[in-house]
Design a protein around this ligand. Structure first.
Ligand SMILES: Cc1cc2nc3c(=O)[nH]c(=O)nc-3n(C[C@H](O)[C@H](O)[C@H](O)COP(=O)(O)OP(=O)(O)OC[C@H]3O[C@@H](n4cnc5c(N)ncnc54)[C@H](O)[C@@H]3O)c2cc1C
Length: 150
C-alpha cells in the first residue's frame, strides 16, 4: 500500500462530494468527537445542530477539527483533516447566513433527521430549536492510500 499526500484541490473535491464528517472539539484537555452532517462551500462547513455538549464546548473553545474520509478497502482510502474555527449563526444578526446554510443543507438527503431525531428521543420534546453554525477552514491536509500494483 502506498500513501501519498493529496493536493489541496483533491482535498477540496473530497469535501465537496462528502456530507458526513467527524467533528472534534475539546475542553479542559478532554477531546470530544461526534459524527455530523455538513455542507461544504468555499472556506466553510455549514451544520444544523442540536444544542448540547459539542455546542457548549465549541462556544468555550472555538478551535475545532473535522475529519472526512472515503474508505474503499483497507488499502484504498482517502482522508482529509481540517483545522478550523467555530462560528455560531444566531438570529437575527446571521439571518442571511442561516438561510444560506439551510439552502445548502436542504440539498442533502434527510439532513435534518439526525440532528433533531436524537435530541427528540432524549428529551421527549415536541419542538426543538436547532442552531446553525459554520466552521471556517484554517488549514487542511489529505492522505490517499493506493493498493500496490494498481
Ligand atoms: C450519521 C450521523 C449524522 C449526524 N448529523 C448530525 C448533525 O448534522 N447535527 C447534529 O447536531 N447532530 C448530528 N448527529 C448526532 C451527533 O453525532 C450527536 O449525537 C448529537 O449532535 C448530540 O451531540 P451533543 O454534543 O449535543 O451531545 P449531548 O446531547 O449533549 O450528549 C452528550 C453526551 O452524550 C454522548 N453522545 C452524544 N452524541 C453521541 C454519539 N453520536 N454517539 C455516542 N455518544 C454520544 C456523549 O458522549 C456525551 O456524554 C449525527 C449522528 C450521526 C450518526
Amino acid at each position: 500500500m502506498l500513501v501519498n499526500e493529496m493536493t489541496e484541490k483533491d482535498c477540496r473535491d473530497l469535501l465537496a462530494r462528502s456530507s458526513i464528517g467527524r467533528l472534534g472539539c475539546s475542553q479542559d484537555n478532554q477531546p470530544y468527537v461526534v459524527p455530523i452532517y455538513f455542507a461544504y462551500e468555499l472556506d466553510y462547513f455549514y451544520v444544523l445542530s442540536t444544542i448540547g455538549q459539542k455546542i457548549e464546548w465549541m462556544r468555550a473553545n472555538p478551535k475545532v477539527c473535522i475529519e472526512i474520509d472515503e474508505i474503499a478497502s483497507e488499502s484504498e482510502w482517502v482522508s482529509v483533516i481540517v483545522n478550523g474555527h467555530y462560528q455560531e449563526l444566531p438570529e437575527p444578526q446571521y439571518a442571511d447566513e442561516r438561510a444560506h446554510a439551510r439552502k445548502l443543507l436542504e440539498k442533502r438527503y434527510l439532513w435534518w433527521q439526525n440532528a433533531l431525531g436524537e435530541r427528540q428521543v432524549k428529551s421527549g420534546e415536541e419542538l426543538i430549536t436547532p442552531t446553525f453554525f459554520r466552521i471556517r477552514i484554517g488549514s487542511m491536509t489529505g492522505l490517499r492510500a493506493i493498493a500496490e500494483g494498481r
